[in-house]
Design a protein around this ligand. Structure first.
Ligand code: SAM
Ligand code: DTB
Ligand code: SF4
Length: 333
């Protein structure tokens, strides 16, 4: 049993998410993606404003606590052992290094601290060390998130007991396209981990990557899968592939900006109360494209000069963009 106090916001979210009228099919999402752009944006704005303060964006800072040397073969990932990308494998960071980074993130205005590890799944010893990190970061008054690969049910409960608020585990793409991208774990493995996270009463952060050469149907399929999780995730990161030399996707064609914005709008409309995170790939987007993503309903970003192994816009640039758009930062609720 979890020793955490009952958090009624979790119950309210589930009621609202589960009470939706219908699950979303790929066909229905395809129809959204094909709408005239202005109509799609209008609908996304209506949904966004009915559920969120329209000019607030939440900020999470990422830290790679265990970099590189991952045995999985995700075709997009610079941390896979299968590809020669120049990322050096490092061991798990010390607790003090993590706490220092979390303190800096808080000073800069992040409300959530996300720790990522390049593992297929954590072993028990590592999990215990991560649980200590979660407890220490939580103690600083930050929300906590980790992404560690596949989890067993008891490991999810252990993280919850340490104070974990969110677990990030992405579906990445549609079930049909998935086999083109990853061979070392199945779609069902991912769904199983998500269920263990839910059962442990941890909030789910689950999204995907676009710009991997997928079809519009594959993008619709990803959104339909996410929206049909019951309940759908509280947090939905939409990553644009960061093309890293040495990975099989290094030469993938970038997704057209307008199609990227459409994907964000579809996530907003199909998952009205989720935080939709404009995630990796922001550094390659100009301010106008990011502003369109916010108009389409994105209300969360990764904030800080680095993602895991690649770079993210400088904090000063994001602060200037927020000022230009009249956006303020969401506080912890
Ligand atoms: N190893 C764990 C796992 O895969 O579950 C956690 C870390 S992994 C790096 C977290 C997520 O980062 C992946 O699921 C993927 O969606 C995203 N990601 C990794 N490389 C990326 C890239 N080059 N561009 C965009 N997103 C990427
Ligand atoms: C997510 O969906 N995106 C973040 C976070 N969850 C862990 C990771 C993006 C990684 C981009 C490539 C890199 O920096 O290595
Ligand atoms: Fe490993 Fe995660 Fe990268 Fe896949 S995405 S290779 S599991 S670190």
């Amino acid at each position: 049993m979890s020793s955490q106090p009952i958090d009624t916001s979790r119950i309210e979210f589930r009621k609202a998410a589960t009470a939706r009228e219908c699950a979303w099919s790929t066909e229905a999402v395809l129809e959204l993606l094909a709408m005239p752009f202005a109509d799609l944006m209008f609908r996304a704005q209506e949904v966004h404003r009915a559920n969120f303060e329209a000019n607030q964006i939440q900020r999470s800072t990422l830290l790679s606590i265990k970099t590189g040397g991952c045995p999985e073969d995700c075709a997009y990932c610079p941390q896979s052992l299968h590809f020669d990308t120049g990322v050096k494998a490092q061991k798990l960071l010390e607790l003090s290094e993590v706490v220092e980074a979390a303190q800096a993130a808080k000073r800069h205005g992040a409300t959530r601290f996300c720790m990522g590890a390049a593992w297929r799944s954590p072993n028990q010893r590592d999990l215990e060390r991560v649980a200590e990190m979660v407890a220490a970061v939580k103690n600083l008054g930050l929300e906590t998130c980790v992404t560690l690969g596949m989890l067993e049910a008891h490991q999810a409960r252990q993280l919850r007991e340490a104070g974990l608020d969110y677990y990030n585990h992405n579906l990445d793409t549609s079930p049909e396209f998935y086999g083109e991208i990853i061979s070392t774990r199945t779609y069902q493995d991912r769904l199983d981990t998500l269920q263990h996270v839910r059962d442990a009463d941890i909030r789910v952060c689950c999204g995907g990557i676009v710009g991997m050469g997928e079809s519009v149907r594959a993008r619709a399929g990803l959104i339909a899968q996410l929206a049909s999780l019951d309940p759908y995730p509280e947090s939905v990161p939409i990553n644009h592939l960061v093309r890293v030399a040495g990975t099989p996707l290094a030469a993938a064609a970038a997704l057209d900006g307008i199609d990227f914005v459409r994907t964000i709008a579809a996530a907003r409309i199909t998952m009205p109360r989720a935080m939709v995170r404009l995630s990796a790939g922001r550094e390659q987007m100009d301010e106008a494209l990011q502003a369109l993503c916010f108009l389409a309903g994105a209300n969360s970003i990764f904030y800080g000069d680095r993602l895991l192994t690649t770079s993210n816009p400088q904090i000063v640039r994001d602060q200037a963009l927020f000022a230009k758009l009249g956006v303020s930062a969401t506080e912890i609720s």
